[in-house]
Design a protein around this ligand. Structure first.
Ligand SMILES: [Zn+2]
Length: 60
């Protein structure tokens, strides 16, 4: 928790939901079938997670 961030350039990734660019080190990632998805935060992660759930539970 230092004020000095990592001096090395961090890899930027895009949030799967809102497309916001975030450092890979801060992103929440989820390994999908063939690639890794990144989320800027819990909100986006949950919204993706919900989507996925709704999809598989649509047979109500
Ligand atoms: Zn997001």
């Amino acid at each position: 928790m230092s004020k000095n961030e990592n001096p090395l350039p961090t890899e930027q990734v895009s949030c799967e939901i809102c497309m916001k660019e975030i450092p890979a080190s801060e992103a929440k990632s989820e390994e999908a079938a063939e690639y890794v998805m990144y989320f800027c935060g819990l909100e986006c992660y949950e919204s993706w997670s919900k989507q996925d759930k709704e999809d598989s539970e649509s047979s109500d």
